[in-house]
Design a protein around this ligand. Structure first.
Ligand code: AFD
Ligand code: MN
Ligand code: MN
Length: 392
């Protein structure tokens, strides 16, 4: 029967990478709801990330977006800015989805010059990663089509394979490539990297340091994500996660806000795998969210708190009893082993873990009392083209 030490050891090992873009004003395709305290510069984003790390103790790394966080794809003093705040820069996220030239695709564009331009951006992103000491190149492509006949599926697949192989071979030996899949949006008829199988095939074709990134919001209704995760784990192809939740599609809602039991079951696959195999895979736990309605920093703290809580629950599954129920064919008891662990109120344990680490037992309350948001609004509002107006 797992005990408190198992939970504390798991929480000690957990590191969750924060997305720089999660602290800035973003919006829907219908418009933006601006927040006075939303970050503008990379320095602002690192200040907010440092606040999340201060109250949670497990978020020392920040994922960066090449075109949103750097001037002209140059590293500048980003590394020093992160170090000065007790942070490190994490995964590098190229951007092949907003320049007008990519309207009909990036690496899968029919125009060879645009395909080349996209690959050059990926190669410069590798160099940027090298310059900032990042060991992860995280790739999401919006490439796809909106109508039947618009694209040649197999030709596009081969363009992807050769682009990813070229970029993989340009990475330093310490760097891993994560290939993220998404069934649709912005393309609405087909997306070239639409599911886990395609992402795994592209990663295998690219090279041995390419793996699959599972964004928990990127699955069609009814898909069994924990089964996908277990399969990729067993294939040695799971590279990392983008945590968020979805009710309908890629909604980037707070992880666990719609289906916490799903996140628990996903994390239990990781827990089971690590218990059964002596290898600890380099799997990146990353958040991918950018909320409009919730205050940015609070939403990030809430996400981290949820992942910690779901992991604590997953670590409480009595695996011996589960295995004997499985062997006995006792379906009800096997299910109950998971359901009982999920039903455990782990807040007291999380509070004790936080106390032992000198962390606030109520991270959001501590953040609210810190005055961080008020200070951020005061220094950022004057730099914004327009304010969001304080939300009462
Ligand atoms: C969007 C995409 C994808 C990507 C993220 C950051 O759907 O999840 O990882 O932007 O670039 O959410
Ligand atoms: Mn994502
Ligand atoms: Mn997404």
């Amino acid at each position: 029967m797992p005990d408190l030490d198992d939970v504390f050891a798991g929480l000690d090992r957990l590191r969750i990478e924060l997305p720089s873009w999660g602290f800035a004003d973003t919006g829907t395709r219908f418009g933006k709801y601006l927040q006075d305290a939303a970050a503008i510069t990379l320095e602002d984003k690192l200040d907010d990330a440092a606040e999340v790390h201060r109250v949670t103790g497990c978020c020392p790394r920040v994922a960066v977006h090449v075109l949103w966080d750097f001037e002209g794809e140059e590293a500048g003093d980003a590394t020093q800015m992160a170090t000065a705040r007790g942070l490190r820069l994490g995964s590098v996220n190229p951007n092949l989805f907003q320049h007008q030239c990519y309207r009909l695709g990036s690496v899968a564009n029919e125009d060879a010059s645009i395909r080349r331009r996209a690959i050059e951006h990926l190669l410069r992103s590798v160099e940027l990663g090298r310059a900032i000491g990042s060991d992860v190149l995280s790739l999401w492509f919006a490439d796809g089509t909106n109508y039947p006949g618009q694209g040649h599926f197999r030709r596009r697949k081969r363009w992807f394979e050769s682009a990813l192989r070229e970029v993989h071979d340009a990475m330093p030996a310490s760097m891993r490539m994560l290939v993220e899949y998404k069934p649709f949006e912005p393309a609405f008829y087909h997306t070239d990297v639409a599911d886990w199988g395609m992402a795994a095939a592209f990663a295998r074709a690219a090279g041995p340091r390419a793996k699959v990134l599972v964004d928990t919001g990127h699955h069609l209704l009814g898909q069994n994500i924990e089964h996908i995760v277990a399969f990729l784990l067993d294939e040695g192809m799971l590279g990392g996660f983008h945590f968020n939740d979805r009710h309908y599609a890629d909604d980037d809602l707070t992880v666990g806000s719609i289906d916490p039991y799903r996140i628990f079951r996903i994390l239990f696959e990781l827990v089971q795998f690590e218990r059964e195999s002596d290898q600890v895979l380099p799997i990146d736990y990353m958040i991918d969210q950018s909320h409009n309605l919730k205050p940015k920093v609070e939403a990030m703290i809430q996400t981290v708190d949820t992942v910690q809580a779901m992991l604590a629950k997953a670590l409480l599954v009595d695996v011996e009893a589960l295995e004997s129920a499985r062997r006995a064919g006792d379906v009800v008891d096997a299910e109950r082993r998971l359901a009982d662990a999920f039903a455990t109120d782990v807040r007291p344990m999380l509070g004790e873990w936080r106390r032992r680490h000198g962390l606030p037992t109520d991270p959001i309350g501590d953040h609210r009392a810190s005055g961080h948001v008020e200070r951020a609004a005061a220094t950022r509002l004057g730099r914004k083209p327009s304010s969001g107006g304080s939300y009462a």
